[in-house]
Design a binder for this molecule. Structure first.
Ligand code: 13P
Length: 246
């Protein structure tokens, strides 16, 4: 853990409704007892809950993020889409861009680059997801894939201070599998070298849970975690945080 904060970002994906938000009371209470500046807690719920969640978290240290945005900074005829300014206007501070689940739906590097630029222009912080598939890993293409995703996704973005990288191996997401410690250490170092910036924050995501967090938290260069399934349960989420910071 290299930076000031340890990030815990909950990606709820397509999960949750207004009643689910009640379960966050436990996390809010827990967060009040944590030393200032020690952790950053961010919830990325489905867009339907952003507004309610932002209001609910107003007097807390917990921040809100979105799970994606449209590439257009301006409003336009894009049925079903939301742009970064709209998300910002309802209390969003962060946005996940380039998640592999959206890459599978058609988000390519070029589109991701446009989305990142639009989000930064709107004043959002970007959680930029990268990661190799199982096939790419087996073909020993991991480093090349990561380098390409970083180079293309961040093309002509000089100021990277509002960009957090989330390394999420696609084969690890939702599978219960995590990379071997030495492989993960090397991948994180590789990402850092590609970014050309020592201060860039790098998160790990993919099957993070309270059983494997002890292994993950000691990997050099990791500044926090992007957590899917386990973040939907407040007790499990709190458990992960406690095990990381204690
Ligand atoms: P899981 O933690 O459910 O594997 O999901 C990881 C993820 O995709 C977070 O963005």
């Amino acid at each position: 853990m290299t930076n000031k904060y340890i990030y815990f970002i909950a990606n709820w994906k397509m999960f949750g409704d207004l009643t689910t938000l009640n379960s966050l009371d436990k996390v809010i209470k827990f967060s009040k007892n944590i030393k200032k500046n020690k952790i950053k807690l961010i919830y990325c719920p489905p867009s339907t809950l952003i507004s309610s969640l932002s209001k609910r978290l107003k007097k807390t240290k917990i921040e809100v993020g979105a799970q994606n945005c449209h590439q257009s900074f301006d409003n336009g005829p894009y049925t079903g889409q939301l742009n970064s300014r709209m998300l910002k206007s309802v209390g969003t501070k962060y946005v996940i861009i380039g998640h592999s689940e959206n890459r599978q739906l058609g988000d390519n590097d070029k589109l991701i680059n446009l989305k990142i630029k639009s989000a930064i222009r709107a004043g959002l912080k970007v959680i930029f997801c990268i990661g190799e598939t199982l096939k790419q890993k087996k073909n020993k293409k991991t480093y090349k894939v990561l380098a390409d995703q970083i180079r293309n996704g961040l093309k002509s973005i000089n100021n990277k201070s509002n960009i957090i990288i989330a390394y999420e191996p696609v084969w690890s997401i939702g599978s219960g599998l995590i990379p071997k410690s030495d492989e993960l250490t090397k991948s994180i170092a590789h990402i850092k070298s590609q970014l050309g910036s020592k201060s860039s924050k790098i998160l790990y995501g993919g099957s993070v849970n309270s059983n494997n967090i002890d292994k993950l938290k000691i990997i050099a260069g990791i500044d926090g975690f992007l957590i899917g399934g386990a973040s939907q349960n407040s007790n499990k989420f709190i458990d992960i945080i406690k095990k990381t910071i204690n």
